[in-house]
Design a protein around this ligand. Structure first.
Ligand SMILES: NC(=O)c1ccc[n+]([C@@H]2O[C@H](COP(=O)([O-])OP(=O)(O)OC[C@H]3O[C@@H](n4cnc5c(N)ncnc54)[C@H](OP(=O)(O)O)[C@@H]3O)[C@@H](O)[C@H]2O)c1
Length: 321
């Protein structure tokens, strides 16, 4: 019988790619969304389910509602908890970021605890935000690795980072207390091809600016959304997967690098020119490659595929030469 995988926040940028890959592998996916009636958010999921071998069921669940995930998680084999607010300018950081991240993680994991007999492993989407604060220093050497924790953020200082830190810490505490298996995936900034027409995710807004030629800041450390989805699945399926996995290209990608690459790939469009900037490697990405055997998609390929997807969906339109 096909494995049953729960994906929370099914309509998000990362979750949609994860669901695509799970359906390709024949999984039965239970995706949770805030409203099954919101066509704008669910259209792409229905299209994927029609085209791919696995099965998809959508269930309603809200991070802030106690018991909300119990029904979706009951009897599942794997739980991928991706849902969490991802933006940087909250009106009220506690209400808009920290509460949904932390209470949501508790709610999802309490559902897992109730279904411990069937759930083999939980894979939580954390972030490099749970590892480092801006301007901080790695515990050892000059690159952050899985031993680092972001203890420098708070509700008032970099609250998104703080929300990811407290949520991941809580997940590890509950895993140890309750004895369920947990693996966490810690991406840097996620870019890559988009599957649906939704444009409100933070990553997609940033990508739109990049491929339209209107971004003017360094893109920084990035990772392909397809690698993130693959890493989630490997983390669930491989018995030896354990602990945390940082996922990022080590080298920085400056906006100059991005526009040089796009100019070569899409000579018909006009992109701005920026001075080259030296790379400042910050993350040690060896664990995920050595333990899970993940070979990262080169950034140049990610950029070209991201641009192609946005151009063909009509999301980003650069100026013609
Ligand atoms: N993208 C990145 O660069 C990046 C990097 C590192 C880590 N991450 C992490 O990856 C995960 C997914 O992010 P993403 O980039 O895919 O962002 P996204 O597209 O904004 O997805 C976030 C998801 O969380 C859901 N969500 C937010 N508040 C909720 C609530 N109260 N109840 C239920 N669901 C709620 C959203 O639901 P709606 O669809 O209803 O809005 C959406 O499905 C997050 O945990 C984020 O912290 C992202």
């Amino acid at each position: 019988m096909a494995h049953v995988a729960v994906v929370t926040g099914a309509s998000g940028f990362i979750a949609t790619q994860l669901i695509k890959q799970l359906l390709e592998k024949g999984y039965t996916v239970r995706g949770t969304v805030r409203s099954t009636k919101d066509e704008r958010k669910t259209e792409v999921l229905h299209k994927l389910a029609e085209a791919l071998p696995g099965n998809l069921e959508l269930r309603e669940a809200d991070l802030l509602k106690e018991g909300s995930f119990d029904d979706a998680v009951a009897g599942a084999d794997f739980v991928f908890h991706t849902a969490s607010p991802f933006f940087n300018d909250p009106e009220d950081a506690q209400r808009d970021l920290v509460d949904p991240a932390l209470k949501g993680t508790r709610n999802v994991l309490n559902a897992v605890i109730k279904s411990k007999d069937t759930v083999k492993r939980v894979v939580l989407t954390s972030s490099v935000a749970a590892v480092s604060v801006t301007g901080g220093k790695p515990k050892n050497g000059d690159r952050y690795n899985e031993e680092d924790w972001n203890t420098g953020s708070s509700v008032t200082h970099e609250p998104y980072r703080y929300s990811k830190y407290v949520a991941e810490k809580e997940a590890w505490t509950l895993s140890k207390q309750e004895g369920f298996e947990l693996v966490t995936i810690l991406p840097s900034f996620v870019i890559g091809p988009v599957l649906g027409r939704r444009q409100d995710a933070t990553s997609i807004k940033a990508l739109k600016k990049i491929v339209e030629g209107t971004a003017d800041t360094i893109v920084n450390r990035v990772i392909d959304v397809r690698d993130i989805a693959r890493a989630h699945i490997l983390a669930a399926e491989l018995p030896k997967a354990s602990g945390r996995y940082l996922l990022s290209h080590a080298d920085t990608v400056s906006i100059g690098d991005v526009y040089r690459e796009l100019s070569q790939r899409f000579p018909q469009y006009k992109y701005p020119a920026f001075e080259p900037e030296p790379s400042k490697p910050l993350y040690d990405n060896s664990k995920v490659q050595n333990e899970l055997g993940l070979k990262l998609i080169p950034v140049r390929e990610t950029l070209a595929d991201a641009a192609n997807s946005l151009y063909s969906l009509g999301i980003g339109t650069p100026a013609h030469k």
